[in-house]
Every structure is written in structure tokens, then in C-alpha cells.
Design a protein around this ligand. Structure first.
Ligand code: GLN
Length: 379
């Protein structure tokens, strides 16, 4: 008999690994897993080369290098006019994934309920379960926007946290002022509930700008916000991010962080300290908007129906005019028969709700987008 009892019996390999592997095996153009395929900024490469020769190869302080913490606090101040205490309220993490995991592990106790809005990025639920918490899934509307009455109904006396993700992966939707107001009112009515706000695509928005929880003063004493340099600087493989939390929560989060990773990659921290000061995040929205517009115009002739894309680098499409197959099978067929890999949305729904919608990543060079869309337009 197997002496092990799985802690995550319902969890398989993440869809991102599955689809990227399938793309490799089939030679399909990979528009599935979200990562840029164009070169990183040459300035960052120069900084990296220069740093390699410096004394930056040993452990950094546990919460992050003092200089990097300072630069991140400036980034937050410049973008959201929020002054944070870099020493007490900020943590450098190995990507947003580690930030989310560490935060959840630190504050969720056995039996605590955590509200997750589906379709949800796939790393939230396993962390809640490993912490002994109970995930409570609430389905977003078919337009991927929140139904606040439904969310309020899911709150109970055991609710400890709500996890939000705006701009939203996988849908590419962005919350309006009204949505953020509704979240704020809901939390003001439920004083003991924490907010974990995943804002990794904070700088990738198009016609409308992202409303960050950093700007919601009334919530800041119980909000944990995470972001990712992987998205902001096109360096997903560096696995660098950060987390902002009020001191009281941060004390607990650091207790876990110090035994989870202790401190994050020193060379990357040193490079990012310099790079943040020399780069302008405000151009990111326009940069990706051009890619979105190109992708959308190239897809115009296809039988896929393009859904609203207001932020992130993901375009969702409805394929129901092409096939009635479920989205997982459709994506497998798309890769194997038509040579383009995409992500099915149903895997992010606890109830596996399948709306015949899949996600393409357009963080790609023009040649890739052109070749992929040529294939997609033939279907
Ligand atoms: N966040 C990326 C996506 O949504 C994938 C990250 C990962 O592979 N873990 O595609």
C-alpha cells in the first residue's frame, strides 16, 4: 500500500506546462503559456553583464536588498501616490507565485474560508488547501466581470480572505471604478476579511487605466498586494516580484518567507535596482496595446469571435462557430492539427464550466503573431 496521502489529490500538472509541452512536441506556435518571445531590453542585458562582475553573488537581506525595496517604494509612490514604509511593508519575492503562496500560508488557518473568483489563476486554490483553508469559489459572469451580489452571498462568518485579480488573467478584463467601489463597500461591511489583490498586470492596460488597491486607503490596513517584474519587464524566467502588506501582516508573512526562500536571487535584485531607475513603466500599456491591435486585426477574417481585451497580454476568443467540442479537447486539436497552442478557460473554473472560450497570448513578435493568425484564419 502507498504510505503517502496526497495533500492535493485533485491537482494535476498546471495547464501552462501541459500546453507548452504539447506545443514543443507538435511544433505548434505557442500562444498558450504567457511569456514574451521577443528579446529583453538590451539595457537590462548590459546591466546584467556589468553586475555579474560586481560583489552581488551572496545572500541579500531576507526581505530584499535595501536599495531595491527603496526603488519599489518609489515606483508605488510615483504610480499611486502611496507612501509605503519600504522596511516594514515591502517584501521582494521569487515572482508573484511565491508572494501569493507565502502570504496565504502565513495568514490562513485551518477552516478559514477564502473566496476565489472563477475563472481564477491556478496557483491560488492549492495554496489555500495546503494552508488548511477552505476555498469558496464564486463564478464571474459570462463576461468575466464580478457579480457583487453573488460574491456577497458567498461571505460567511468563516470568511477570512478574498483573492482578487485585476487586470484579470485569463480573461483580459479590467475592473471599472464601480467594481472597485463595490469591493471596497463589501470589505467595509466585513471588517475581518483580508484582501489579497493580485495585480501582476498592473501596468498592462489599454483604453482605461488600472485602478489599484494601493489607491484605496480604507482597505490598506488589511490588504496584501502582489506584482511581478516578470510581466512588467518582460522577464518571466527571472521569477522576481514583490508583495506589499501592512506591518502587522508583514511580520507574519516574513516568518514564512524566511523559511520558504530566505532571500531572493541577489544578482536579479541588484540588476532590477538599477533597471527600475532607468526604465519607464508608463509605456508598457501602449507597447502591448499595439500587439493587441495587431493580433485583433489579423484575426478579423477568422471564425473566432474576439472578446473584450482591456488589459494583460491575453486575448480570449469564442470558438463556438467552429466547434462544439469542449475547450480542452479543442485546444489539443488546435495544437496538433492546426499548429497553434492556446489555453482552455474551463480549467480555471472549479465547476469546469466550458463556455467554448480559449485564451491566446499576444506577447509575441510580429512574425509569430502573423504566422499564428494565418493558421487560425484558415480554420
Ligand atoms: N501566468 C502565465 C500564464 O498565465 C503562466 C505562468 C506559469 O506558467 N506558471 O500563462
Amino acid at each position: 500500500m502507498n504510505p503517502f496521502k496526497s495533500k492535493l489529490p485533485d491537482v494535476g500538472t498546471t495547464i501552462f506546462s501541459v500546453m507548452s509541452k504539447l506545443a514543443k512536441e507538435t511544433g505548434a506556435i505557442n500562444l498558450s503559456q504567457g511569456f514574451p518571445n521577443f528579446p529583453v531590453d538590451p539595457l537590462l542585458v548590459d546591466i546584467l553583464k556589468k553586475n555579474a562582475e560586481q560583489d552581488v553573488h551572496q545572500y541579500m537581506p531576507m526581505p530584499g536588498s535595501v536599495q531595491l525595496l527603496l526603488q519599489i517604494s518609489k515606483l508605488i509612490k510615483n504610480n499611486y501616490q502611496r507612501a509605503i514604509d519600504a522596511e516594514k511593508e515591502l517584501l521582494v519575492t521569487a515572482g508573484a507565485t511565491q508572494a501569493l503562496f507565502t502570504a496565504i500560508l502565513a495568514v490562513i488557518n485551518t477552516g478559514d474560508e477564502v473566496i476565489i473568483l472563477d475563472p481564477a489563476y491556478d496557483c491560488y486554490e492549492p495554496a489555500v488547501i495546503l494552508a488548511g483553508g477552505i476555498p469558496v469559489h464564486v463564478q464571474l459572469g459570462d463576461d468575466f466581470l464580478p457579480d457583487w451580489d453573488k460574491i456577497e452571498d458567498a461571505f460567511s462568518s468563516k470568511t477570512k480572505m478574498i483573492i482578487t485579480n485585476n487586470p484579470h488573467n485569463p480573461s483580459g478584463r479590467l475592473w471599472s471604478q464601480k467594481d472597485v467601489d463595490s469591493l471596497e463597500s463589501l470589505l467595509l461591511k466585513n471588517e475581518n476579511v483580508l484582501l489579497l489583490s493580485d495585480e501582476v498586470y498592473e501596468f498592462i492596460t489599454f483604453e482605461n487605466k488600472h485602478i489599484s488597491i494601493h489607491t484605496r486607503e480604507k482597505l490598506l490596513n488589511r490588504t496584501i498586494i502582489t506584482s511581478s517584474f516578470g510581466k512588467t519587464f518582460h522577464i518571466t524566467g527571472w521569477k522576481m516580484g514583490y508583495l506589499v502588506a501592512p506591518e502587522e501582516l508583514m511580520i507574519e508573512i516574513k516568518k514564512v518567507h524566511q523559511f520558504n526562500v530566505f532571500s531572493v536571487n541577489s544578482v536579479a535584485q541588484s540588476c532590477l535596482t538599477e533597471y527600475i531607475q532607468k526604465t519607464d513603466v508608463s509605456v508598457l500599456g501602449e507597447f502591448y496595446q499595439k500587439k493587441r491591435d495587431l493580433f485583433q486585426s489579423l484575426m478579423h477574417e477568422s471564425r473566432f469571435r474576439l472578446l473584450p481585451c482591456e488589459g494583460t497580454y491575453f486575448q480570449t476568443v469564442d470558438y463556438s462557430a467552429i466547434s462544439q467540442e469542449n475547450d480542452v479537447s479543442f485546444c489539443k486539436e488546435l495544437a496538433t492539427k492546426h499548429g497553434v497552442a492556446a489555453i482552455p478557460i474551463s480549467v480555471f473554473n472549479k465547476n469546469k464550466l466550458d463556455l467554448k472560450i480559449i485564451r491566446f497570448c499576444f506577447a509575441k513578435d510580429e512574425e509569430t503573431l502573423t504566422s499564428a493568425t494565418e493558421r487560425l484564419c484558415k480554420i
